[in-house]
Design a protein around this ligand. Structure first.
Ligand code: FAD
Ligand code: DHB
Length: 390
């Protein structure tokens, strides 16, 4: 088999790229390890920047999004038990959108099914070859048989634990990493959101976040130790702990109910540079991970893919390699700003077990400064809604 672009990974990055390429008349084949059912059920991100919403609209998968989305003009920060609203719209001119990643995954899969994009599920043992040669090749097994796919380029969209980043030689790849001493325990429940906008809480018992997927479905997160096992958290224990961390009026308004998903996610900042090695281009979580506090993971993946698709289209339509050559640097400029913001939001809102009394007082002062100053609120707002594309 041969194709123009071989895409490893059928998550948001891989499917967005395949869609953008397909609309431009460029062939691709997507190799995905999991089943379609698994992908549609996977619960992850929920908050979209306007640029991500625009991209989904542009590629014709925005119908359900535009019908079901919740648009938020503000966000709340809580510390010392008091609520402070940041008016994102007034400060930055932009809003943010709530729409679940699992819905985006389904919308993209439905569009690809209708367009007949070749997406091969349940593929194993993917390996990358010929990255610096005349042509690249992907080898994989499926249903017990070995296959080969010849391609002009390979897009590594296979997430943090994928095979593509590993194919870049160790003496070429530079890795920057920060691991946090805590994780997020998240639950999803069929309960109405406690507030019409998100609430990020810094409490002495740890961070908490009240978010949502719809007007009838809530998502809540608690800071827990990095080694915490979700099995040790009954629903009652989760709701009781959440109430302890929320201001009394919010705790009193909280509607609880059985969880339909419960899991612990570790928090990590990670960047791999460069994002290109010969015919291989990395995009999304394959190249970078942010702690979820700034809600940037999915939005960064969408920005990478927008740039990569533009570069590949320019190559095929005009023969120019300029955008492909500039891909890594262009993505990394945006990624590092989002990394900085995600690290900063995490530092501002979480309780660090090793923090000295001085650091705790400095954190409290920073929260008071950010919420009390228009300049402070603006810096949070313009990063949270998504920096402009350059
Ligand atoms: P992925 O979604 O990881 O997709 C990669 C795909 O590649 C997967 O489908 C995988 O099965 C496939 N794959 C992997 N290896 C191989 C292989 N060797 N061969 C073939 N296929 C392979 N972001 C936020 O903004 N807010 C959140 O609340 C949030 N919560 C998250 C919770 C969890 C548990 C995780 C893991 C991530 C979360 N994120 C969140 C981050 C966000 O979901 C990711 O940034 C986004 O999924 C990135 O998309 P991607 O397509 O690059 O990678
Ligand atoms: C969600 C997750 C986040 O990490 C965040 O900062 C905002 C929203 C969510 O799951 O809805």
């Amino acid at each position: 088999m041969r194709t123009q672009v071989g895409i490893i990974g059928g998550g948001p990055s891989g499917l967005l790229l395949a869609r953008l390429l397909g609309l431009a008349g460029i062939d691709s084949v997507v190799l995905e390890r999991r089943t379609p059912e698994y992908l549609r059920a996977r619960i992850r991100a929920g908050l979209l920047e306007q640029g991500t919403v625009d991209l989904l609209d542009e590629i014709g998968v925005g119908a359900r999004l535009n019908r079901d989305k919740l648009v938020h003009d503000g966000v709340e920060l809580v510390f010392d038990g008091k609520r402070h609203r940041i008016d994102l719209k007034a400060l930055s001119g932009k809003s943010v959108t709530i729409y679940g990643q699992s819905e985006i995954q389904s919308d993209l899969m439905n569009a690809h099914e209708a367009a007949g994009t070749p997406i091969l599920y349940e593929v194993d043992n993917v390996s990358l070859h010929g990255l610096t040669g005349e042509a690249a090749q992907l080898r994989y097994t499926r249903r017990g048989e070995s296959h080969q796919l010849a391609c002009d380029f390979i897009a590594g969209c296979d997430g943090f634990h994928g095979a593509s980043r590993e194919a870049i030689p160790k003496d070429v790849l530079r890795v920057y990493e920060k691991v946090y001493p805590f994780g997020w325990l998240g639950i999803l429940s069929e309960t109405p959101p406690v507030n019409h906008e998100l609430i990020y809480t810094n409490h002495e018992r740890g961070f908490a976040l009240c978010t949502m997927r719809s007007l009838t479905r809530s998502r809540h997160y608690l800071q827990v130790s990095a080694e915490e096992d979700a099995a040790h958290w009954s629903d009652d224990r989760f709701w009781s702990e959440l109430k302890l961390r929320l201001p009394p009026d919010v705790a009193a308004a909280l509607v609880t109910g059985p969880s339909i998903e419960k899991s612990v996610a570790p928090l990590r900042s990670f960047v791999a540079e460069p994002m290109r090695y010969g015919r291989l281009f990395l995009a999304g979580d394959a190249a970078h991970i942010v702690p979820p506090t700034g809600a940037k993971g999915l939005n960064l993946a969408a920005a990478d893919v927008r740039f990569l698709a533009e570069a590949l289209v320019a190559h095929y339509k005009t023969g120019s390699a300029a955008l492909l050559d500039g891909y890594s640097a262009k993505c990394l400029a945006r990624i590092w700003k989002a990394q900085r913001f995600s690290w900063w939001m995490t530092s501002l809102t979480h309780r660090f077990p090793e923090a000295s009394p001085f650091e705790r007082r400095a954190q409290a002062a920073e929260l008071a400064y950010i919420t009390g100053s228009k300049a402070g609120q603006t810096t949070l707002a313009e990063n949270y809604v998504g920096l402009p594309f350059e």
